[in-house]
Write a protein that binds this ligand. Structure first.
Ligand code: NAD
Length: 372
């Protein structure tokens, strides 16, 4: 018996180009046929199997271009767990001592580093030396010097380096960027970014400067740093910043609790942002121009992102961010696709330069001038 699939396979290209309703008649149109993806698949190992890695692993179940095939952890029981849960072969599992041997594993294309911030650089250098593409979580490093070393090491090893900027693939965010480029907001002069949450457990690595490299700024404030750049579409030329601390016991030296910072852009636009570990309900971007505005709230959480502009509510279906991110990153790594907003090491480096400048401005109380 001929199936619907057989029938469709024998349709000519011309017939396939017709709207489906014209082929079958308007009364009883068949639903569109899903053609399974048949292109190359990026085979990924996750390094560090903590809470965000688990979120990524779950999201990757729905990926078509990327596949979770390997795991690296210091905890043998976690590796056993992940082998069962995600169908990962034993031969693709490594610990922190032996993962350089990934070099000899032809079944892994890329390693996604999802460990505490201070470990990103040394682990990136090892992955690059093993000849695998690197995806690293944000912040890519704990300062600009380390970030530059990562970019250089990947270049030298001839592998690509990407940073886990999931918002760069989010539909409502991209629509605001499209509208700004199309001139819908007129001359953009102001961005506000509010990024914060109340942090719990005082013993966690996020509150240990040796592992985190800083406080809220490194963790959540970076969303406003990065967002200011992609929403305004320029690179800051000056930075000012002020720090406040209400709990010096929980937020010890080297861990910023709250920082307000401002950026000035070449066009004259300014950004005013807040980064904090002491307030919830702070996840908002606001962009204003001479002809209109855009507001995203929540703007960078796991979603759904909500947004509106002077033209109305932004309507795009929510897709799990990490699913889209990993499929898009597969396209970037395997097919050299150029994303609308970059996610490469150079992009991460720009944020690290700004974060270093914010800390310098806090320390000196002076405006820090940047080259742009
Ligand atoms: P986590 O504490 O839940 O997991 C960290 C993992 O690293 C754990 O499995 C831990 O065992 C392992 N690890 C290895 N060496 C360690 C050491 N010396 N000390 C402590 N842990 C060590 O943290 P997380 O929330 O998964 O964050 C990991 C990274 O992911 C961070 O860089 C963070 O900024 C980033 N992150 C990104 C997003 C995002 O939306 N893009 C969200 C959350 C976290």
């Amino acid at each position: 018996m001929k199936t619907r699939r057989d029938f469709l396979q024998h349709l000519t290209t011309a017939a396939l180009a017709l709207p489906i309703a014209s082929v079958y008649g308007l009364e009883n149109p068949l639903p569109p046929v899903e053609v399974p993806y048949q292109g190359p698949v990026l085979r990924v190992a996750l390094l560090g199997l903590g809470s965000y890695a688990t979120r990524v692993a779950e999201a990757m179940k729905a990926c078509t271009k990327a596949k979770l095939v390997g795991a690296i952890s210091g905890t043998p029981s976690k590796l056993k767990d992940w082998q069962r849960k995600y169908n990962i072969p034993e031969k693709n599992c490594y610990n922190y001592e032996n993962f350089d041997a990934i070099k000899n594993n032809p079944d892994i294309d890329a390693v996604y580093i999802i460990t505490p911030n201070a470990l990103h650089k040394p682990q990136c250098l090892r992955v690059a030396q093993a000849g695998k593409h690197v995806i690293t979580e944000k912040p890519m490093a704990i300062n600009v010097t380390e970030a530059q070393q990562m970019v250089d090491a990947c270049k030298q090893a001839n592998v690509k380096l990407l940073v886990g900027y999931r918002m760069h693939f989010e539909a409502k965010t991209l629509e605001v960027i499209r509208m700004r480029k199309a001139g819908d907001f007129g001359k953009v002069l102001f961005f506000q970014g509010l990024s914060g949450f109340i942090i719990g457990d005082p013993t966690q690595w996020r509150l240990n400067p040796a592992l985190s490299g800083g406080g809220a700024m490194m963790d959540i404030g970076i969303y406003s740093v990065n967002g200011a750049r992609y929403m305004i579409g320029e690179e800051p030329v000056w930075v000012t910043a002020q720090e406040t601390k209400t709990d010096p016991v929980k937020f010890k030296a080297g861990i910023d609790e709250t920082i307000q910072f401002q950026f000035g852009f070449p066009s004259g636009a300014v950004a005013s942002c807040l980064s904090t570990y002491s307030l919830n309900n702070l996840d908002k971007f606001f962009l204003d121009g001479t002809k209109g505005f855009a507001e995203l709230q929540p703007s960078t959480g796991y979603g759904p992102i909500e947004g509106r502009t002077h033209k109305g509510v932004l309507k795009y279906p929510h897709v799990t961010h990490q699913t889209t991110q990993m499929d898009e990153m597969a396209d970037i790594l395997l097919n050299n696709r150029q994303p609308e907003v970059p996610v490469d090491g150079e992009e991460g480096l720009k944020d690290m330069k700004l974060i270093d400048a914010i800390y310098a401005a806090v320390k000196s109380g002076q405006r820090v001038e940047l080259k742009g």
